[in-house]
Write a protein that binds this ligand. Structure first.
Ligand SMILES: C[S@@+](CC[C@H](N)C(=O)[O-])C[C@H]1O[C@@H](n2cnc3c(N)ncnc32)[C@H](O)[C@@H]1O
Length: 257
């Protein structure tokens, strides 16, 4: 609890991100990580290894762009720091813990950036008014040797819609935000590694299993390179009789750039 309050208090945020609840959400992720380090470790390690294994595809003259740095738990900082042109980490929230960690990595920069372009407009939109996501997310399309979208795609609509979406408007908004992100990755002039969860598996003590898509498979670019599980909420975290895992996959886009 104290750790979460400290993260909340000391984080810096892109315009609109704190009001949209992103700082609070990231502090909550930190709390869940501290409670379930062992259960999360295989996913964090798998994500780091997957990114590291594909860095050879990055143009050595340009930095690697990593979108969704968060707390840096699943980010291979040593490997990114070793890339000759370094790396830029992006997130709407910059935590004190990551800021401190990055002091040891002179080749890595951090930028607070809203990759949906919706957080600031949302803060000024009257309740109930429609939001209009851009067709292509406002990511920088040139100037990078490789892009990595790091466990962020399913999270992007959550400031504006429930998961699963509560009604048709939320379903349309969720789809538009996620498609705009994938389209921007596809439009980049460099290879792009997309790592995201795409389904949440909720298992009750009585054996009842509920599979909820977190990203529609049709938005994802073909078959994944690999998939794995993220045991995000072991029994007792979300409810006494409920265990939650995420299905995570990795896709490589623009491989021949
Ligand atoms: C599940 S976390 C990613 C995990 C992260 N790589 C880590 O190791 O902590 C999702 C991240 O998406 C970020 N995020 C959500 N909406 C965003 C937006 N519109 N622009 C930029 N980042 C956003 C959150 O701040 C959070 O850090």
């Amino acid at each position: 609890m104290l750790g979460e309050a400290l993260t909340d208090l000391t984080a810096r945020a892109a315009p609109g991100a704190r009001a949209a609840g992103l700082v609070h959400e990231l502090a909550g992720i930190g709390g869940r990580y501290r409670r379930h380090k062992k259960a999360w470790q295989p996913h964090l390690q798998h994500t780091k290894e997957c990114i590291t294994a594909h860095l050879y595809q990055a143009d050595k003259a340009e930095p690697v762009l990593l979108i969704g740095a968060g707390l840096g738990l699943d980010v291979p900082l040593d490997a990114l720091n070793a890339h000759p042109a370094g790396a830029l980490l992006m997130d709407a929230v910059e935590t004190l813990s990551l800021r401190w960690k990055l002091r040891r990595y002179p080749n890595i920069r951090f930028e607070r950036f809203d990759v949906t372009g919706l957080l600031a407009p949302y803060a000024h939109t009257e309740e109930g008014a429609a939001l209009h996501p851009p067709a292509i997310a406002p990511l920088p399309l040139v100037g990078y040797g490789m892009a990595v979208s790091c466990n962020i795609l399913s999270q992007l609509p959550l400031a504006f819609a429930d998961s699963p979406p509560a009604d048709e408007d939320e379903r349309a908004l969720t789809a538009a935000i996620q498609k705009a992100h994938v389209k921007a990755l596809m439009a980049m002039g460099c290879p792009a590694l997309l790592i995201t969860d795409y389904a949440r598996i909720e298992t009750k003590d009585d054996g009842h299993r509920h599979v909820i898509p977190t990203v529609e498979r049709s938005f994802l670019p073909g078959d994944p390179l690999e998939t794995w599980d993220w045991h995000i909420a072991p029994k007792g975290e979300a409810a006494p009789d409920l265990d939650i895992s995420l299905k995570v996959g990795a896709w490589l886009l623009n491989a021949y750039c």
